[in-house]
Design a protein around this ligand. Structure first.
Ligand SMILES: Nc1ncnc2c1ncn2[C@@H]1O[C@H](COP(=O)(O)OP(=O)(O)OP(=O)(O)O)[C@@H](O)[C@H]1O
Length: 280
């Protein structure tokens, strides 16, 4: 897993081939007869089919404002977007443009003043807090800039906590935790607590924690902001592998132009609206 991670991480660096292309090239290079490549193709064939033509999430005409000291602050001013299965989508924009506000709405943490948000057909804009919390715990994962790990728990225990919260049967915990930690390349660090891990490793524990309950949608607010470029590239490589093998859609915010190069889709936000081809 770690050798995979290294080659994928280098592929996420600007100017290098794409992650998928680099992975394939190296797989063939490791094994001149193409055996590794054949194995990878066979593995892909066994992954569950996903209908990528139907949006996982639809945002229509969304507006969000806040009351601040008697004034109304209009933060989102009519957002329309669709997220499709297996996409890596990025929201970019200057500080204060409304990215986190939108991410919170998409994840059902907050509700719009106007407009619709449909996640797998569930109307988040009109659902109760309890209903949104239930859906979120079942099918959405969150990753934050500051990792949000429990400091006294090991990597293993942090992931376990997430499964407990999602109500996953205890009998499934061991296998799922081992799988998630392997996926992020942390099998050898599973008993370390956060302070015994690097920033990049902590963020990878946070990713394992966020995907443990097999969410369809993973939301990440500036997940690479606290990391140097190499660790940031590793995190992006892990994201790509999660999309491929866990069949997840990822929507993240970032300021980092190099990171944006690995996105399937980039939405640019200026003052609460999308600009460019997504405007309107
Ligand atoms: N609960 C709230 N109450 C009042 N104002 C808020 C609230 N949440 C966000 N805002 C305001 O909305 C604007 C957009 O904030 P938001 O965090 O969405 O921006 P952002 O694009 O994510 O910025 P950054 O890149 O710095 O994280 C800011 O002016 C912020 O102060």
């Amino acid at each position: 897993m770690m050798s995979w991670l290294r080659r994928k991480a280098s592929a996420a660096v600007p100017g290098e081939p794409s992650a998928a292309a680099a992975g394939t090239a190296e797989a063939a290079g490791e094994n001149p007869d193409g055996g590794a490549l054949a194995a990878a193709v066979a593995e892909d064939r066994e992954l569950p089919e996903v209908d990528t033509s139907t949006p996982l999430l639809t945002v229509r005409g969304v507006e969000r404002s806040f009351s601040v000291g008697g004034d109304t602050l209009h933060v989102l001013k009519g957002i329309n977007m669709e997220l499709y299965p297996l996409q890596l989508v990025m929201l970019k924009g200057r500080s204060g443009s409304g990215k986190t506000t939108l991410l919170n709405l998409i994840g059902g943490l907050d509700q719009p003043n106007r407009g619709e948000i449909l996640f797998k057909g569930h109307p988040f804009h009109s659902s109760s807090d309890d209903k949104r919390t239930y859906i979120r715990r079942q099918d959405i994962g969150f990753i934050f800039q500051s990792f949000a790990l429990m400091p006294l728990l090991s990597a293993w225990e942090n992931v376990e906590l997430s499964l407990r919260m999602a109500g996953v049967p205890r009998s499934q915990w061991k296998g799922r935790i081992a799988h998630c930690l392997e996926l992020v390349g942390l099998t050898k660090r599973m008993h370390h607590r956060p302070f015994e891990l690097s920033g990049g490793e902590q963020q990878r524990v946070a990713i394992a924690k966020a995907i443990a309950h097999k969410p369809s949608l993973l939301l990440a607010d500036e997940p690479t902001a606290e990391l140097d470029s190499q660790m940031g590239a590793q995190v992006m490589a892990v994201f790509r592998e999660i999309i491929r093998t866990e069949r997840t859609t990822i929507c993240m915010t970032t300021h980092d132009q190099t990171i944006m190069e690995v996105a399937d889709r980039v939405f640019e936000m200026v003052d609460g609206k999308f600009v460019g081809r997504d405007a309107g």
